[in-house]
Design a protein around this ligand. Structure first.
Ligand SMILES: [Fe+2]
Ligand SMILES: [Fe+2]
Length: 361
């Protein structure tokens, strides 16, 4: 499976740079699909952000590198798809696309596109594996509770009901599954710890209620890069606990955090971030990437995953200047941090000088 995080593509081309950014993103998608040869592509939400109000045409345009290769795709909705107030049109655009496997399983529950896709065993008609696609909704109406909304209790109940049905059909054993969702689950914070005073460089500023502290990844992080604190909901609806109770989810993958591409293991469940695969939103240099997730029928209780960055595919982006084009994640963060420290030192020096002059008078 090949995952594309937060493309944020409005399909509006007013300037040459708009076209360059679209071209670079499509080149990444096209090259990744041809090189990595996935069986399924997954768009991780915040894919089509408000542009010219033609979701059907624009989603077809964005996914052209996938459909041209004849590969099926699925998608989850992000907060920016909900932002537009045209969820019905966006869902219709996905559902009616001949290459897209999306549907809305239960219109009665929260969210506009919750569904699952089962994978059959190669030697029987038995369900061997399952994929969950969960709508993590928009921002929270009450910002004092949380900036971002969460997966609601009725969605969790739907997941448990469906997972238990599959378990029953599987002789009482949970059908192993991977879950895709735009906004990270609350427990992704378990992969972070408070930064020590000397850990300024690798640390990231906390988000939301954690904003006055700095954090680094802890021993749960198994691979990749921690570029920001997770913008997960600040209210815990019990989604992660329900995965543990049901026992089917071996891995969960998220978008939303444009700078994070790490994987971590919390309570035996692998969680992986997909940073942006585009150039339309804030990111750190030419570090756009895609994530591969592989499962092997010989042992479906395990998964393998890694990210592949733009430059690793031999690509040279045209929309960024020479400096940003050549930075990697750590170089970019180091550059920004150093610039901030230098600016703070210069300000402190200027203030000290002014005080000195003032005293002389
Ligand atoms: Fe986003
Ligand atoms: Fe988002």
């Amino acid at each position: 499976m090949l995952l594309f995080g937060d493309l944020h593509e409005p399909c509006v081309f007013d300037t040459p740079n708009d076209r360059a950014r679209f071209h670079d993103m499509q080149l990444l998608m096209e090259t990744a699909v041809k090189t990595l040869k996935p069986d399924l592509c997954v768009l991780m939400g915040d894919t089509y952000t408000d542009g010219n109000r033609d979701p059907k045409g624009n989603i077809a345009l964005i996914t052209k590198p996938i459909t041209d290769a004849g590969i099926p795709f699925a998608a989850v909705l992000g907060n920016h798809e909900h932002d537009q107030g045209t969820e019905d049109k966006i869902v219709e655009a996905y559902v009616s696309n001949p290459n897209c496997l999306c549907f809305n399983d239960d219109p009665e529950i929260t969210g506009d596109m919750n569904f699952n896709l089962t994978i059959q065993a190669s030697d029987s008609d038995k369900t061997a594996f399952n994929l969950w696609f969960i709508d993590s909704n928009n921002c929270c109406e009450d910002r004092s509770v949380s900036i971002y909304d969460w997966v609601h209790e009725d969605q969790i109940a739907w997941y448990e009901r469906k997972a238990n049905e599959l378990k029953e059909q599987n002789g009482g054993k949970p059908v192993p599954a991977i879950l895709f969702q735009h906004t990270p689950v609350y427990e992704e914070r378990n992969a972070y710890r408070l930064a020590k005073p000397w850990e300024l460089y690798p640390s990231v500023k906390g988000h939301g209620k954690r904003a006055n502290k700095r954090y680094v990844g802890n021993e749960c992080v198994t691979d990749g890069y921690v570029g920001e604190d997770p913008c997960a909901p600040e209210y815990n609806p019990g989604q992660f606990e329900s995965w543990k109770k049901t026992g089917d989810v071996i891995g969960a993958f998220f978008g939303h955090d444009h700078l994070n591409d790490f994987t971590c293991v919390v309570d035996g469940i692998t969680m992986g971030q997909c940073k942006t695969a585009g150039f339309r939103c804030f990111t750190d240099g030419a570090r756009s990437c895609v994530r591969i997730v592989d499962i092997d029928e010989r042992d479906l209780t395990k998964l393998e995953t890694k990210v592949v960055h733009y430059k690793e595919l031999g690509l040279k982006c045209t929309c960024l200047g020479p400096l940003l084009r050549n930075f990697n994640d750590k170089q970019y963060i180091t550059f920004v941090t150093t610039a901030h420290i230098a600016a703070a030192a210069a300000t402190a020096g200027a203030v000290a000088l002014a005080i000195k002059k003032f005293k002389k008078k």
